[in-house]
Ligand binder design. Structure first.
Ligand code: FAD
Length: 558
């Protein structure tokens, strides 16, 4: 029998014999998928027979039996997994080959587009035009994606992979304008000269899940009532479910004089990929003088990052003998060193060891780079605000942060401008088919990649529930993590959830998060980058499960 090739990786045929299996092996197929229920026709070899022939000829055999009038999503998913796991060309067969082609078309439409799969089948002589209504639509503009994801950062890619791992046949579009994906938690170690900058970035194309459609554009506006959004070029995308994860806006312009002087005049910031190496250069070069480290008002991403930069710079000065000659000030717009009291004693030990002057309720409001003067608004105990100028030799500035403009002015925003979601289910408080995660949500957890790691499976599971007409049924406990790099080789590993509840991932004997430890440094330096690239972004939900709450009570959003 001749096989009909739909793509180089997939062909179909009618009922096969052992000779056909031998021919398939010679032609380089890796696996055979039997799409017929056993006993469907007289003289039909059973799957067990075909399986034994396949084994004899070195092929894998998979059974995905379906009847033509009743091909369900679960069958399509099983089939999608089967051809994906084969790792090479696959031969699907049934009585005529049409059912196998149908399963293939349904499993690939989300990835290749309905038009492409229909024409591939037609090219092989299999007419699947009757399937058209089952596809969301056959034309690009009219297409309705199962899920559209806004943002291909930590949260967006992790959510897409978590969804596809559970349901490979979903049609997913990820809207993301950037060419590069950043592992921002690594910026702190770049700023200390521990990581090379290149370790913290990869081409966006390399992190996009194969089965998702990457739309390389920015989202401009949302119309959640009609399940649509509009891209910057005016294209309208339609969806059954929307997942929003565009991160947080770094508002550098909010501090007059800062943008012009960043990267010059002793001014740096670990909050920018290109400037993080400058932090290390400046710290190494400074032998005496004054170094200022600033922290804007909350919320910011990784609330510990401003002081991490400071401790690691102090450690550099300690190691090269300059610490006594460098006057270090921490200007924090907030009123405390760290929001969760359990970690403060360990941090205070380092503040004292490095001789850091703490200036609370002191907000950076202007920078004069040429004169090397930073201006702060400082609040005294009576609430009176005065402007104070401080000369500096080095300034590590962290910009104020807010919801991205296109979110803040959209119907998805809550009062703070961030996406309004239920803190547990991460479902939008007004639009049940909208979910959100990452830095863009208006919840009280620490805005960290670690939080997005825990949120991604919650969003994936609840989105699938919603698509199946059910309620969200898992919850997020507010977990976030902030590895406070107090010196090179030691970290105070803050891990906590809503309300500041401590949520350690490891037993105390291994890592006591309230104390500086080498094990926590090893975790950040060696373990977390591969966990990020190879697990979190690939749908391998390592270090997630025990923060997934089964919703027993009614979720807080419908
Ligand atoms: P991002 O990863 O920032 O991704 C947002 C994506 O949305 C971007 O790719 C962007 O291009 C895209 N986007 C923006 N606008 C649009 C639009 N209009 N349309 C479509 N797409 C859009 N976390 C930790 O867990 N541990 C740490 O130690 C840690 N340290 C940090 C240190 C620093 C210096 C910094 C800056 C961050 C740190 N973080 C840390 C925080 C962590 O990086 C973020 O919390 C995490 O990346 C948030 O993920 P996200 O998907 O919400 O946003």
């Amino acid at each position: 029998m001749s096989f009909k090739q739909l793509t180089p990786l997939f062909s179909v045929s009618g009922q096969i014999t052992e000779a056909d299996v031998a021919a398939a092996a010679r032609e380089g197929f890796r696996a055979i998928v039997d799409c017929r229920p056993d006993g469907e026709g007289a003289g039909q070899p059973s799957f067990a027979n075909v399986s034994s022939w396949a084994a004899k000829h070195g092929l894998e055999a998979i059974h995905t039996p379906v009847t033509p009038s009743d091909i369900r999503d679960a069958d399509v998913e099983k089939f999608a997994r089967a051809i994906e796991s084969a790792g090479g060309p696959v031969l699907g067969y049934c009585k005529t080959g049409k059912r196998a082609a149908t399963l293939w078309a349904l499993s690939q439409a989300g990835k290749l587009g309905a038009d492409a799969v229909l024409s591939a089948a037609k090219g092989a002589g299999v007419d699947l035009s009757a399937l058209a209504p089952r596809f969301a639509s056959s034309s690009g503009e009219e297409k309705i994606y199962d899920v559209v994801i806004v943002g291909g950062g930590s949260g967006g890619v992790a959510a897409a992979s978590s969804l596809l791992k559970r349901r490979p046949s979903l049609s997913i579009a990820i809207v993301e304008p950037a060419d590069t994906h950043y592992y921002q938690p690594g910026f702190t170690l770049v700023g200390a000269g521990v990581f090379e900058p290149e370790m913290t970035r990869r081409p966006m194309a390399s992190v996009m899940p194969d089965r998702a459609n990457w739309i390389k554009q920015a989202v401009a506006t949302f119309a959640p009532e009609s399940n649509e959004l509009t891209l910057a070029d005016g294209t309208v995308l339609r969806y059954r479910a929307l997942i929003v994860s565009p991160g947080i806006k770094l508002d550098w312009e909010a501090i007059p004089g800062l943008v012009e002087t960043l990267g010059k005049n002793g001014v740096t910031s670990n909050y920018r990929y290109d400037l993080a190496p400058r932090t290390h250069e400046l710290a190494q070069g400074l032998k005496r003088g004054r170094a200022l480290f600033t922290q804007p008002p909350m919320p910011i991403k990784c609330a510990g990052a401003p002081q991490k930069a400071m401790y690691l710079s102090c450690d550099t000065w300690r190691r090269n003998g300059a610490l006594d000659q460098v006057e270090v000030e921490f200007h924090n717009a907030g009123a405390v060193l760290f929001g969760v009291p359990a970690y403060v004693p360990a941090l205070m030990q380092y503040v004292e060891r490095y001789g850091i002057k703490l200036c609370f309720e002191s907000k950076l409001v202007a920078v004069d780079g040429a004169s090397r003067v930073a201006t702060f608004e400082q609040k005294d105990t009576d609430g009176a605000v005065t402007r104070v100028e401080r000369e500096f030799d080095m300034l590590h500035a962290v910009p104020p942060q807010r919801a991205p403009d296109f979110i803040a002015k959209s119907a998805l925003a809550g009062e703070t401008g961030f996406v309004s979601v239920a803190p547990d289910t991460l479902q939008h408080t007004r639009y049940p088919n909208v979910f959100a995660l990452g830095d863009a949500i208006g919840t009280t957890n620490a805005k960290t990649a670690a939080a997005a790691r825990k949120q991604a499976p919650v969003v994936a599971i609840n989105t699938l529930s919603m698509l199946d007409g059910k309620k969200p049924h898992v919850g997020y406990d507010g977990y976030g993590s902030c590895p406070l790099t107090v010196e090179r080789g030691k970290i105070v590993l803050a891990e906590f959830g809503y309300g500041g509840k401590l949520l350690p991932s490891f037993p105390k004997w291994l890592i006591d998060g309230t104390k500086p430890s080498r094990a926590a440094w090893f975790l950040k330096d060696r373990m977390l980058p591969p966990i990020y690239w190879r697990c979190m972004l690939k749908g391998r939900e390592w270090l997630c499960d025990h923060h997934l709450l089964e919703m027993k009570a009614e979720p807080t959003a419908k």
